[in-house]
Design a protein around this ligand. Structure first.
Ligand code: ZN
Length: 160
């Protein structure tokens, strides 16, 4: 069965950065299951999987525009230290949940000085071309319940 809209797809995958660092993998977790055609995975990977079938293997590099977007330097901003509880312990690389117009998002500390903590609200994978090595494990029609929820209920899918 081929991958197309409204089918449930299970994939094994490894995601690597341009420097070869493995960012994520299904190894040890089991396959990822998702509902195809609903934007549940990044657009570039969803497009690359369209029309593939069980046991097909793809290796695709997805540019930031089709993944987590380009970096926006306007999202790197100083925040007064007194807005952070425990400010004396804040170091670059730490991550916090912060309220933004798009809802809760993770911000990463990129600098600290006497007055301010500089945070970067870009997605950690924004601006990075991402290489996916994927093997398709299973393709089936979604159930009516999965379609109404907009996600997969298989192992490796949505849990509730
Ligand atoms: Zn559901």
């Amino acid at each position: 069965m081929q991958i197309t809209k409204d089918r449930i797809v299970s994939i094994d995958y490894t995601l690597t950065a341009p420097n070869g660092q493995v960012l994520d993998t299904s190894d040890g977790k089991g396959p990822l299951s998702y509902l195809h055609g609903k934007g549940n995975i990044i657009p570039g990977l969803e497009q690359a999987l369209e029309g593939k079938a069980s046991n097909d293997h793809i290796n695709v590099t997805v540019q930031p525009e089709q993944a987590y977007g380009k970096r926006d330097e306007a999202l790197v901003q100083p925040v007064p230290r007194d807005r952070f509880p425990g400010a004396q312990d804040i170091k670059p690389g730490m991550q916090f949940q912060a309220q933004s117009p798009q809802g809760m998002r993770v911000v990463t500390v990129v600098g600290v000085d006497d007055k301010n903590v500089t945070v970067d609200a870009n997605h950690p994978l924004a601006g990075i071309p991402l290489t996916f090595d994927v093997t398709v494990r299973e393709v089936r029609d979604a159930t009516p319940e999965e379609l109404s929820h907009g996600h997969s209920h298989a192992a490796g899918g949505h849990e509730h």
